[in-house]
Write a protein that binds this ligand. Sequence first.
Ligand code: NAG
Ligand code: NAG
Ligand code: NAG
Length: 390
Amino acid sequence: MPPHLYFMFFLLFASLALLNLSQFLFSTSYSCPSPSSSLKTKPIHILIVSSWRSGSSFLGQIFNHHKDVFYLFEPGHAIWMKFREESSELLHYPLRDLLHSLFTCDVSPLHHYLPEGGKHISEMGFFAESRALCTYPACSAYMPSEGYDRQNCFYRCVNSSMYRMAEACRMYTHVVIKTVRILDLSILFPLLQDPNLNLRIIHLVRDPRAVALSRKRFKLLATDDRVLLKNEVISKNMNSIINNVMAKICKSQVAINKLARTYKSFDGRYMVIRHEDLVTYPIESLRLIYDFAELHVTKDLEQWMYNVTHKEIQKSGPFMTFSRESSKVIERWRTAANFNFIHQVQLMCKGAMQSFGYLPVRSKKDQENTSIEIRQKNWVDRGVIYQGQW
Ligand SMILES: *[C@@H]1O[C@H](CO)[C@@H](O)[C@H](O)[C@H]1NC(C)=O
Ligand SMILES: *[C@@H]1O[C@H](CO)[C@@H](O)[C@H](O)[C@H]1NC(C)=O
Ligand SMILES: *[C@@H]1O[C@H](CO)[C@@H](O)[C@H](O)[C@H]1NC(C)=O
């Protein structure tokens, strides 16, 4: 064949490949398998997408307490710790692949990311957050009849093997993973298209002013911040880091929401919820979230949900202390932060405030005046599940 023909073939192939790729990425005709017909045989995969200090541990616990759920708390942490000199953008790809593996109960990538080669589940720093990893059969130190005790688990299950984790995972109808490390939802297109997955995304957002204040007080995020800001030019000044981190986080939350509302492959598979609505309307939110995830709500779970959002719970108890996250304290920033700080956050996060219905305050007086609304209240009324027709 003469060379120019080779070139023609090459062009043809290249354009066909591009066409396929763009169909793959941006397909608008893709329809997911009917959930009700596949529930018995096919597991459901839920990804909680959120950001630091936004209440995602709490949302994760709501799933963790359901008997059908295999829950993993932030497995992507291992990747960020292993490659802490890289950028969050680059680490999206190993993270995406790890999520894909874990959703299908394949734990093998963890052997390469965890510090001791992933011999034991305890190498995952947060394993005790997961009820499934703290009970039989993942942890053989527990009898099948024993309940979940987060604090005891930390000591008793320290030697459980990663293979038992995979075995346990296969026994559940729902695999739920929480991550704060996705800043661009488009990396998930291949997972949405994979016929072996039935992926749904719950996007949890929180008032940026509360997030910023919480970040300022919680100083353990230095490594995460470095990965997050790797591609940005910033000064070493603490306030400037917070401003830059907030700007980046807020921008990504808006982009995530926008992308999900634009592409049909997210139809019925994307739900956004505000942390404030979750703790203000706990029972309604529980029902909405479980409905979206196709999980049964039990009276016991409703009682638990009510308890953790309304009662003071002892620190030493088996569950995390959530009561400090309850509706009375979601507005703590109004008195605890100075107005300059709040004003800066409102500027950095203007888009996110608008997109998610948070209302700016214009003075210290307004900040502290509780008769002045700081968020639109109609989110639950009009349904927090986005199904393509807002
Ligand atoms: C875990 O393994 C170590 C080393 O083999 C052992 O010393 C320790 O007692 C074990 N812990 C539990 C709770 O089984
Ligand atoms: C909720 O709190 C009540 C009263 O403190 C307690 O009796 C009950 O066991 C709790 N229920 C759950 C599911 O946590
Ligand atoms: C608080 O805001 C309300 C509504 O705008 C206003 O009527 C009231 O005077 C304000 N209170 C104070 C102490 O400024």
